[in-house]
Design a protein around this ligand. Structure first.
Ligand SMILES: [Zn+2]
Ligand SMILES: [Zn+2]
Ligand SMILES: [Zn+2]
Length: 356
């Protein structure tokens, strides 16, 4: 509301930290979330002597009783259901809309340290169940077109709170990367009458060299077309579009796969590795996406033990990626890391894929 009056008084938009809207980028045909208030969110409060907001006993979690996994509203949401109506940009090239949506935090455990691989398998399954429930709950809200569920870990990725947590953004639009994937799946299905990812999985099984780990329902691999060092994908073997399509047993096996990837990442350079985990599911706008195949993608920031890989001119400025190394060789390194990781994991459901 404040931003309204502020703008109507003729103040310059650039100095108004209350601006909260989505703006259309007509060059790239995508929405940008503008959230002036997020510039002020705290960086690692516990390093400055403040207590962790996600630990048991913190004001945020105090009245919730005993919990394993909890969902909290994001205190600095990029999107809210009561976002103000922008007063400018209703038509024309400079278009703006309400930044309507929901931002949540999934606190995965009461304990302050750790990663998905440090949770028991049963506990990790509860995290997947929460992702599934929130996908259904947020996806059923009328303005929500897409539920983005993801996990960032580590300072290098810009994570402001260390306590193990994931995030959910319920978006009022389909994000561009998903739109791009949907188009590829739709075109492939039209031309061949088959699913793009089901065919990729079959080819990867035939070539085998990039496979890393599999359990009964999921496969972990480094894709043939990887864009980023040690990029890892997790594919359900069955053709499903979103988490709610998975059976209880399949969700248990997904929890296993995610624990294995994170343990493998930590074993890779024998230290806590930062990463981004993104779940790619179908949109929630009610249309038919039966041609889509859900999956999980992992990205981490190192190209070698101590060398960060940057998205610089050619990557960021042209979206053209150079892969430093050979994917098949990197897959072998990851398989070796996976063997080491499984020795430390107390419980797992599958095995490293044996290559000839
Ligand atoms: Zn904590
Ligand atoms: Zn498929
Ligand atoms: Zn994807």
């Amino acid at each position: 509301m404040g931003s309204y009056l502020y703008l109507q008084c003729g103040d310059s938009m650039s100095t108004n930290t209350k601006v909260h809207e989505v703006r259309w980028n007509p060059l790239l045909r995508q929405w940008i979330i503008v959230a002036g208030h997020r510039g002020h969110r705290p960086w690692r409060p516990e390093e400055k002597g403040f207590s962790c907001p996600f630990c048991p006993g913190a004001p945020e979690t105090r009245n919730l009783g005993e919990w394993d996994v909890i969902v909290l509203p994001n205190k600095f949401p990029a999107l809210t259901m009561n976002a103000p109506q922008p007063t400018h940009g209703v038509a024309g090239l400079f278009r703006a809309r309400r930044a309507i949506g929901v931002c949540e935090v999934v606190v995965e455990t009461p304990s302050h340290e750790g990663d998905l691989c440090d949770l028991t398998l049963d506990h990790a399954k509860k995290v997947i169940d929460v992702f599934t429930e929130e996908y259904l709950k947020l996806g059923s809200l009328k303005p929500v077109k897409y539920v983005a569920e993801f996990r960032n870990k580590g300072k290098e990725i810009g994570v402001s709170l260390t306590h193990p947590h994931s995030q959910i953004y319920a978006l009022p639009f389909i994000p561009p990367r998903i739109r791009c994937e949907l188009k590829s799946f739709r075109n492939y299905m039209r031309r061949r009458g088959r699913c793009l990812l089901c065919d990729i999985i079959n080819l990867e099984y035939r070539e085998k060299v990039r496979l890393i780990y599999e359990n009964k329902h999921f496969i972990i691999l480094l894709p043939y077309f990887a864009m980023w060092p040690y990029e890892v994908h997790v594919y359900p073997k069955r053709h499903v579009q979103a988490l709610p399509d998975l059976s209880d047993e399949e969700r248990f096996h997904l929890a296993d796969a995610l624990r294995v990837v994170t343990a493998m990442y930590n074993a890779l350079f024998d230290r806590d590795l930062p990463y981004m985990m993104v779940i790619h599911q179908k949109p929630t706008d009610g249309k038919d996406y039966s041609y889509y195949h859900m999956h999980v993608e992992f990205y981490q920031p190192y190209r070698d033990r101590d060398k960060l890989k940057y998205a610089a001119g050619i990557e960021w400025g042209y979206w053209t990626f150079t892969y430093d190394g050979v994917p098949e060789q990197k897959a072998r390194e990851l398989r070796e890391a996976c063997y080491r990781a499984l020795k430390k994991l107390n419980q797992y459901l599958g095995q490293v894929v044996a290559i000839g």
